[in-house]
Ligand binder design. Structure first.
Ligand code: KIV
Ligand code: NA
Length: 263
């Protein structure tokens, strides 16, 4: 009884039911998540987990379009969001041209852009030209180089007030939802209460309208470090390594393939 999501349904989840979002970068995993997650995000985090880069900044629009097409091909019933990469929405016209390209070249339902009050005019330009936009405030990975690192937000009264202003500006600009990342939980609660669109948290406590996790983090495939906010639902890396070790051992002692596995 899975029904494809749309922005009206997503907005109606607020104060009713929590939203579950997960990233996917390819058709295989997208298909596994398709009828379970409410939204699938083709995050620019793929630049780190898939392309092995140190941050998200070098992701390109072409790369995001390529992965989004793979995700949409594997999960045609999913509500898919493409993360606009760094440098593709620096002014209104460029942002719109790039977002139009996304709609023309993929089946993504929406785009996500990082930034608060300062970028609300860009969100407004997109939404008034029929692009569905998800905001992203708090810790914004595309600001890592200019901020000098990944920093938890909301630690001062001033920052708390700025985050609330950011959320309100994004809602006013017509976004249907906002990701709030790396924010003190009591501040995330105030942000969530300040807007009537769903707030999707990551590293923001259980006070938001939903959660998002990067699939390779939550399934334990990424072993370098585990941020505090990640829960490992699977020991993916260990399971994979055990299986590949077993395969090698079966090859070495000629127990693979067996008689049943040959022509
Ligand atoms: O790129 C990404 O995966 C994201 C989520 C962590 C929200 O932006
Ligand atoms: Na992202």
């Amino acid at each position: 009884d899975f029904e494809k999501m749309n922005i009206t349904k997503i907005i109606n989840y607020k104060n009713n039911k929590k939203l579950t979002m997960i990233t996917a970068y390819d058709a295989l995993f997208a298909k596994l998540f398709e009828e379970i997650a409410d939204m699938i995000l083709v995050g620019d985090s793929l630049n780190m987990s898939f392309a092995g880069k140190p941050d998200t900044l070098s992701a390109t629009l072409e790369q995001m379009i390529y992965h989004t097409n793979a995700v949409c091909a594997g999960a045609s019933k999913a509500f898919v969001i493409l993360d606009m990469p760094f440098g593709t929405y620096i002014n209104e016209n460029q942002a719109l041209q790039n977002a139009v390209k996304v709609y023309q070249q993929t089946n993504a339902s929406a785009v996500k852009i990082e930034g608060g009050e300062d970028r609300a005019h860009i969100i407004k330009h997109l939404t008034s030209n029929s692009i569905a936009v998800m905001g992203h405030i708090g810790l914004m990975p595309q600001y890592v180089r200019s901020e000098g690192g990944y920093k938890v937000r909301g630690k001062t009264k001033e920052d708390e007030e700025q985050l609330i202003k950011d959320a309100i500006a994004i809602e006013k600009a017509g976004a249907f939802s906002i990701v709030v990342e790396g924010v003190l939980s009591h501040v995330a609660k105030k942000i969530t209460d300040a807007v009537s669109i769903p707030v999707i948290g990551i590293g923001a406590g259980n006070v938001t309208d939903g959660q998002v996790l990067v699939w390779s983090d939550m399934l334990g495939f990424f072993e370098d470090f585990k941020p505090k906010f990640v829960r490992h639902y699977l020991d993916g890396a260990q399971l994979v390594k055990n299986s590949v070790n077993q395969y090698r051992s079966d090859v070495q002692d000629s127990t693979f393939p067996s008689k049943d596995e040959e022509y």
